[in-house]
Design a protein around this ligand. Structure first.
Ligand code: IPE
Ligand code: IPE
Ligand code: MG
Length: 261
């Protein structure tokens, strides 16, 4: 299918024609676990645990639909500000969920990738991330990107540092730096930019997620708390996406003409 071969192209210099289509890359802020638990008089971690089941549902839905990339915000660089007990339980949950799921993901042809500053985590989790990436590196199904200790500002800053080092080393000139070169140093390098952003839990903010990459992403907010998000709710988000006209700065008429050409 033409749609899929197009999706494997890395970063596009030309805006893609997406109207009426599935997104190639979906990025999700999975929010509302704590409130879901609170409503049930349960500890917050119970909400995070319930959220893991939803991850499985949405990963399966993406794989079944042929969506190429799914990026999930699992732990932000600001989430360290939470009570230590919650952070520890969250890190444990990440580790055990990964341990449990990696083989199955691999068998289903899913390629795993982690973005974010890893050095903050314990050695076991760091090793787990690297080995999962190595194991699944050649898979050609869905690419599942998990953002852990990720922050959009950190990502742009570390990219700037890498390029500044190249300038210092005399390898490039400051004037050589353009958006395409910046992109090569960002964590999502090599993957298409998100077409659809979903945030559950009712808040309408980006919370330092993919700041660079969301510049032309379609934004979708739902009040549904993450543990209650399901395949049908995901379909609603996809339906909203498919009804939108993406103009990338052009006029609506231009977009219509290009489609007809
Ligand atoms: C999202 O749910 C999960 C993480 C940030 C790790 P929250 O834990 O933020 O849930 P609320 O927003 O408090 O309901
Ligand atoms: C964003 O949710 C981060 C993740 C879902 C991992 P938060 O719950 O941390 O966002 P804020 O603090 O409400 O903006
Ligand atoms: Mg939250």
């Amino acid at each position: 299918m033409a749609f899929f071969s197009k999706s494997t192209t890395p970063v596009k210099s030309q805006p893609p024609e997406q109207d009426g289509a599935l997104p190639v890359h979906v990025a999700i802020i999975m929010d509302g676990n704590g409130r879901w638990a609170k409503q049930r008089y349960l500890p917050r971690i119970a909400g995070h645990r319930a959220g893991v089941d939803v991850v499985r549902t949405i990963v399966e839905a993406c794989a079944a639909k042929g969506i190429r990339v799914l990026t999930l915000f699992a732990f932000s660089s600001e989430n360290w500000r939470r009570p230590e007990a919650e952070v520890n339980l969250l890190v444990d949950l990440l580790l055990t969920s990964l341990q449990r799921e990696v083989e199955k993901l691999h068998k289903n042809g899913i390629r795993l990738r982690f973005i974010g500053e890893r050095s903050a985590f314990n050695a076991k989790l760091i090793e787990m991330m690297s080995s999962a990436e190595r194991l699944t590196a050649d898979n050609t199904g869905l690419t599942l990107v998990i953002a852990l200790n990720y922050g959009g500002r950190w990502d742009v800053t570390q990219a700037a540092q890498q390029l500044a080092r190249r300038v210092e080393a005399g390898e490039i000139r400051a004037d050589d730096i353009d958006a395409a070169m910046m992109e090569t140093r960002l964590c999502l390098h090599g993957l298409p930019e998100p077409d659809l952003f979903i945030r559950t839990g009712g808040e309408q903010r980006i919370s330092n997620f993919l700041l660079w990459h969301l510049s032309y992403t379609e934004l979708y907010f739902t009040a549904i708390l993450w543990p209650d998000f399901d395949a049908r709710a995901f379909d609603d988000a996809l339906a909203s996406f498919s009804s939108r006209q993406r103009r990338f700065g052009r006029t609506g008429d231009q977009v219509e003409q290009a489609k007809g050409a």
